[in-house]
Write a protein of this length. Structure first.
Length: 575
């Protein structure tokens, strides 16, 4: 009896450890170093930003200065290169490659596929900057082009808004999406960023190098999504003050983040999660309704005149805008705007690219590039023409005060514009609802992708892992707003995107190498097959004639005895 009791007592700690291990595996799934290291890095930064915000802001500003001064040109050059590379893949013979078996039909209809692409990469950013960017450029013309608040400043601001939301922005998403879709559906590999490096580092993907790549991907993605959540909180704060007696400040923004987080947690742990697809569709319906309402109730003719002229200026100046760095004046406009947009797009590329890859099975590379870089860009230009163009019209011809509102509080410009239209209160309420829903669907989708990245590429990460990354995004967004507000969000985006930009250069090279290898194998197989078919149908006399003809063109050298080195004095002399 004593022996059995002692054995039971000795086994109790082991049993507890076993039960704890089983519980952890059930909650977390198959996570490893990528999950743990990413968690430590993000929590560490959030803690520093909360405890010593002034120091974090100062260090971040210093890192931004170093990055912009030494590598600002690289952001512009690389992003332009990605756009050219994606277009090259579409128009070359690589464009015929299908994500999956050669004759597999697409998983989703063309209309549904385009709708999901647009909702994945748009949303909060379009609503936030649709009025704020053109009017900010109207107040402070880009690169000093034109007089502030002039007709020239208005047109320049619209042109750069088109540029920042044009093909360059979507090229980042396209490169990552192409690479993941190719390795996932063409090679049946895991949907991880590290898998795209297998043509370069081989089995190193399964070791330390692969884990380092995935950790960097996770950290960059979390910062990018947290930046978007922060922008959403600013936009919601500006709208809520019109309905409730609250201030525009950090305390209200923190309450908004906590409220969104609570709703997200509820949807993540209950069957309501299944309805998030319908919420995404509702987003698009509300956005379309708002777009049509402003276009019809606003200066319709002026809007489409702006769209036509700005599109022409965008196409005519795209090369110059892509590579301008203002090295002579030493100004910071490119750093504050173009570099921020490209960095923000780079940090979102793993999330958006992975999502687009997931829904693109059965599409060809040509379809993919056209769907990702043409349709969303056209819709973005329409959005800026409607909202930015309307704001410019009311400011130039009605002195509506929208420019002053943007100068004082960037998100408020949209609501001041809506005040100029009939049923403005209903439009403002719809806009607040739209932003909240966009933030929710983006967070839900992002946590799914982050869960996949940190669970070794499983298609269905556990609910707990998804909730955990949702909490991490909320905590980081709150910390970034506390340490620097909008400027802090922009600064961190540029800094954290830099290492991932370097990874994306290698991703593009690896993709090209993989595609070239596939076509080399395909060409060799076709050559061998044609040779065998030709030989099969030739008669024996024809085969003999073909061999004789080949012998005449490339005669075989006759066997000859090698000369004796002793009799040939030139043998053994090095040249």
């Amino acid at each position: 009896m004593t022996d059995s009791r002692s054995k039971l007592a000795a086994s109790s700690p082991e049993r507890r450890r076993g039960m704890l291990s089983h519980f952890a595996r059930r909650m977390l799934g198959d996570v490893g170093a990528v999950f743990l290291v990413s968690m430590i890095v993000i929590l560490g930064f959030a803690a520093l930003a909360a405890l010593v915000p002034v120091s974090v802001a100062a260090v971040s500003s210093r890192l931004l200065d170093v990055t912009a001064h030494n590598f600002g040109w690289l952001y512009l050059f690389v992003t332009s290169g990605f756009a050219c590379f994606a277009i090259f893949l579409a128009v070359s013979r690589f464009g015929t490659i299908r994500f999956g078996p050669d004759h597999e039909p697409p998983e989703f209809s063309y209309t549904a596929w385009l709708g999901m692409i647009f909702s994945a990469g748009m949303g909060v950013g379009l609503v936030f900057w649709g009025v704020a960017e053109p009017l900010t450029h109207f107040n402070e013309p880009p690169l000093g082009i034109g007089t502030p608040r002039s007709f020239e400043a208005a047109q320049t601001g619209m042109r750069y808004s088109f540029f920042h939301w044009g093909i360059h922005q979507w090229a980042n998403f396209a490169i990552v999406g192409l690479s993941i879709a190719y390795v996932r559906f063409r090679h049946n590999s895991r949907g991880l960023i590290s898998e795209t490096f297998r043509p370069l580092i081989g089995s190193g993907v399964d070791g330390t190098w692969g884990k380092a790549i995935d950790i960097l991907t996770v950290v960059s993605t979390v910062f990018g999504v947290a930046t978007t959540l922060g922008l959403g909180a600013l936009q919601l704060n500006s709208g809520v003050v019109r309905f409730l007696d609250v201030d525009y400040g950090y305390s209200t923004q923190l309450a908004i983040i906590l409220g969104l987080g609570l709703v997200f947690l509820v949807t993540a742990v209950t069957p309501l999660e299944k309805g998030i697809r319908y919420v995404s569709n509702a987003n698009m319906a509300i956005a379309a309704a708002l777009l049509v309402a402003v276009a019809v109730l606003g200066p319709t003719s002026f809007i489409f005149g702006v769209l036509t002229q700005t599109l022409g200026e965008y196409l005519g100046n795209i090369v110059e805008m892509s590579l301008v760095t203002s090295p002579y004046s030493g100004g910071q406009w490119v750093e504050q705007w173009t570099m921020f947009y490209w960095a923000w797009g780079l940090s979102w590329a793993p999330f958006v690219g992975s999502f687009i890859a997931r829904i693109s099975r059965g599409r060809t590379i040509r379809e993919f590039v056209l769907g990702v870089m043409i349709v969303p860009v056209a819709l973005s230009m329409l959005w800026f023409s409607v909202f930015g163009g309307s704001a410019v019209y009311f400011e130039l011809f009605k002195q509506a005060g929208i420019a002053d509102a943007v100068a004082n509080e960037a998100p408020s410009g949209l609501y001041v514009l809506l005040d100029q239209l009939p049923a403005s209160r209903m439009l403002v309420a719809g806009t607040v609802l739209l932003v909240a829903m966009f933030v929710m669907t983006s967070a839900n989708s992002a946590t799914f992708i982050l869960g996949m990245f940190t669970s070794k590429g499983v298609l269905n990460p556990t609910r707990f892992v998804r909730v955990f990354w949702g909490v991490m995004i909320l905590v980081l967004a709150a910390a970034l707003l506390f340490s620097g507000g909008l400027g802090g969000l922009q600064t961190i985006s540029i800094i954290t995107a830099f290492p991932f930009m370097l990874l994306m250069i290698l991703i593009a090279f690896s993709l090209y190498r993989d595609l070239s290898k596939e076509f080399a194998i395909r060409d060799e197989s076709a050559r061998v097959l044609n040779a065998r078919i030709e030989q099969f149908f030739l008669r024996e006399p024809e085969r003999e004639a073909a061999r004789e003809a080949e012998e005449e063109v490339h005669p075989t050298a006759p066997e000859a005895d090698m000369p004796d080195p002793k009799s040939d004095p030139t043998q053994g002399i090095s040249r």
